[in-house]
Design a protein around this ligand. Structure first.
Ligand SMILES: NC(=O)c1ccc[n+]([C@@H]2O[C@H](COP(=O)([O-])OP(=O)(O)OC[C@H]3O[C@@H](n4cnc5c(N)ncnc54)[C@H](OP(=O)(O)O)[C@@H]3O)[C@@H](O)[C@H]2O)c1
Length: 256
């Protein structure tokens, strides 16, 4: 299982030779650095296409997680066919924001039985939808969930993460930087000094290691369009993991 993946919302919704070429170079560098899960969605404009182009002949070196986001079966099947043309196969097919999940779950189960997709997931960004997400998890028909988790957004700790662990589901963490908001209120770097022995020297690394130190979380998918940020982020993707004191320190810094 990968630990630091990459999201594509906004960052891969680009058109034109210069921007698309830059994303191809970013994906190549990400793969070199060990990032091997990329998350996309038909909701993200050009992102599915730009990601597929960027992966190119290296498609087999990375896992692709994408989504179906459609209110009806016909539109959902069209989206799925399009993604399968782009990627050949999809490693994790997720139902975006639980939209029409009963309908899409049936189609995705057929594709999983046929081996065209490897696993099925369900995603939601809002805690208001977590009761419905629990319902989907309890069907026993999905393999993974994608949820927001960071020191300022901890609702998943109440019921979602315990249930995911109980049901042995994969957990993909979106928004580890709160869509970048947590990065805009970074603490003074000196306050991170107790984390140096964990290989953490920046706020982005502290936030990623905070998420991944919870053994119920398997992969975080920060989005970035910057090679420098990518190189910084991947450093947080390995042990040693934080203990309770470091978890508390980072949570405190995020709320101060
Ligand atoms: N299923 C859903 O409902 C749903 C909803 C939201 C997101 N997602 C998925 O989760 C992914 C991640 O969430 P997100 O994109 O909302 O937010 P995020 O990963 O929490 O934050 C992304 C922002 O952080 C900045 N950033 C990244 N690394 C940084 C670093 N080392 N230092 C400073 N800034 C840094 C990026 O800017 P730079 O480009 O400048 O680095 C970008 O603006 C999405 O791309 C998408 O794939 C899913």
């Amino acid at each position: 299982m990968p630990v630091i993946g990459m999201g594509t919302w906004k960052t891969f919704d680009v058109r034109g030779k210069a921007d698309e070429g830059a994303r191809t170079r970013l994906v190549a560098e990400a793969i070199e650095l060990g990032v091997n899960l990329f998350d996309s969605s038909p909701m993200y404009g050009e992102a599915e296409r730009v990601l597929a182009q960027a992966l190119g002949t290296r498609r087999e070196e990375a896992m692709v997680a994408t989504k179906v986001w459609a209110s009806g079966a016909h539109e959902g099947k069209t989206q799925i066919e399009s993604a399968l043309r782009l990627y050949g196969s999809v490693d994790l097919y997720q139902i975006h924001n639980l939209v029409s999940w009963q309908t899409h779950l049936r189609s995705l189960e057929g594709l999983r039985d046929d081996g065209v997709i490897k696993a099925i997931g369900a995603t939601h960004y809002s805690s208001g939808a977590f009761p419905e997400l629990e319902e989907v998890m309890k069907t026993g028909r999905i393999n993974a969930i994608q949820i927001p988790y960071n020191p300022r957004q901890r609702d998943v700790e109440q019921r979602i993460l315990p249930l995911a662990a109980e049901m042995d589901l994969g957990v993909v963490v979106m928004r580890p930087f709160g869509e970048g908001a947590l990065m805009r209120s970074a603490p003074n770097p000196q306050r991170l000094s107790p984390l140096a022995e964990y290989g953490v020297t920046t706020w982005a690394q502290a936030l990623l290691k905070w998420v991944l130190s919870d053994p119920r979380c398997h992969v975080a998918i920060p989005a970035t369009s910057s090679g420098e940020h990518l190189r910084e982020n991947v450093v947080a993707g390995g042990p040693p993991w934080f203990g309770p004191e470091e978890i508390q320190l980072v949570a405190g810094l995020a709320s101060s």
